[in-house]
Design a protein around this ligand. Sequence first.
Ligand code: NAI
Length: 465
Amino acid sequence: MPTHTHDLLVIGAGPAGYVAAIRAAQLGLDTAIVDKEKQLGGTCLRVGCIPSKALLESSHKYEDATKHFFAHGIEVSAIDLNLSAMMKRKEKVVKSLTTGVAGLMKKNKVRVYHGHAALTAGKSVTVGGDTINATHVLIATGSVPTTILGVSLDDPLVDTSTEALSYEDVPEHLAVIGAGVIGLELGSVWRRLGSKVTVIEYLDRIMPGMDAELAKAAHKAFKSQGIDFMLGSAVQGVSSDKGGVTIDIKDAGPVKADRVLVSVGRKPNTEGLGLDQIGITPNQRGQIEVNGKFETGVEGVYAVGDVIPGPMLAHKAEEEGIACVENIAAKVSGSSGGGHIDYNTIPSIVYTHPEIASVGKSEEQLKEEGIDYKKGAFPFLANGRARANDDTDGWVKILADAVTDRVLGVHIIGDSAGDLIAECATAMAFAASSEDIARACHAHPTLSEAVKEAALGVAGRAIHI
Ligand code: NAI
C-alpha cells in the first residue's frame, strides 16, 4: 500500500476544497486534494450552480426570443427548441470549468488523488489502495440532496436537481416540492421550455428566510409567468406508475404530474468518511461542528463549506476554505495572522428572472432584534437603463440603522440583482452608511443607479421619483 505525506490534505474538490487547496499552496504548504469524482469542482461545477446557470441563461434566451423580441422590433417567424443542443452546450460549459480546476491544481502544484477518502484511526486517510498521512486534514465534502418522509429518491420519476438538469424531453407537467432556491430556479427553466410547473410548498410563503417583501414580489412575478403555486401544502407521499407520479398532500386532493423534482434542502455529505474512527460526532443535522478557526476538536482536522453549519452557498464555502488554510499557515509559521469571515455580508441570490438578491438583515430580522431602521426603496420602472432595456420589473430596498445610518441589509429584485448586490456587500464590509452609497458616483445610464437612488431614499431625497 503506497504511503504519501503532505502538510495538508483537502477532502473534496468543490468550491470550498479546491479554493482552499490553491490558497494553501500559495502559502507554501505541500498540499494534496482528493475527490471521488473524475471531474473536479464538486456539486457546484458538475451538477449545481454552473449547469443550472447555463440552462437558466439558455432558457431565458429562448423565452426572450419567443415572447420579448417583438417589443424590440425583432420579428422572428419560427423558433424551435433543440433541447439536446442546449444540454450539450451546458455540458461543454461544465467541462471547460472542471478542466480549468484541474489546470489550476497543476499550476499550483497541488497533488490530486481520485477515489473515496476515508479517515482512519490515527488520522491517516485511505484513498483506494493509497494511504495519505497529512499534518492537517481539511474536510470539504459538501452536501447531497435530502428528501422527506414518504418520498423515495430511488423512484425513477422522482428527481433531485441532478436529474432535473439533464432531462432528455421537456416534461409536460413537472411538480416541484419546495419553493426554495432549487425549486424556483429549475422550475423557471422548465416552465420557460414549455412545462406546466406546479410548486408545492409546506410554508405559506416562498423563499423562507429571505425578506418577506422580496419573497412576496418574487411570488407575484413567478405567478404571472405561469408557475402554479400550492402554498401551505404538506407533501405526505409520492407514488408512481406508468401514467406518471401522484403527490399526496395533507388536507388537499392529490396532484398528478409526469415527474416530480424534490427540492426540500440538502444534507451534509459525511457518509463513509470515517468520522467515527477519529472521534467526530456530527450534530443532529448531520453537520460537523467547528470553532471560529474551523477546527473540529480533533487536533489537525478541520471542516468548511456545506458540511458545517451555515448557509449552503458556494461563495460562503470558498471564503471558509481560504480563512481556514490561512489560519493553518499562520499556525505553522507561528504568526498571529489568519483569516476570518463576516457572515453578515454574505449575499444570497436566486438566479431567476427577475433575479433576487439579498445581503444582511431582512426587515423581519431587524424587527425581531428590536433594531430601529430607516428604509429607502427605488423601483426599476424609474431607472433609465431598465426602461431602455425594456426590463423594468422589481426594485432595490436599503435598510439602514435609524441612528447611525449604517447599512444593515439590502434586498433587490430585478434584472442583474445578483451583480448589483456585490456593491452593497462590499459597502457593508466597509461598514458603509446609506449616505456613503448615496454620495458615491454611479455611472449613467446603469441599473446601479437604482441602488444609489434607494440609498438616497433612506433620507427621503431620491431624485427620480
Ligand atoms: P431550500 O432550503 O432553499 O428550500 C427548501 C424548501 O422546501 C423550503 O421552502 C421548505 O419550506 C420546503 N419544504 C420542506 N419540506 C417540505 C414538504 N414536506 N413539502 C413541501 N415543501 C417542503 O432547499 P433547496 O432549494 O433544495 O436548495 C438546497 C440548498 O442548495 C440550499 O441551501 C440553497 O441555498 C442551495 N442552493 C443555492 C443556490 C443559489 O445560491 N442560487 C442554487 C441552488 C441551491
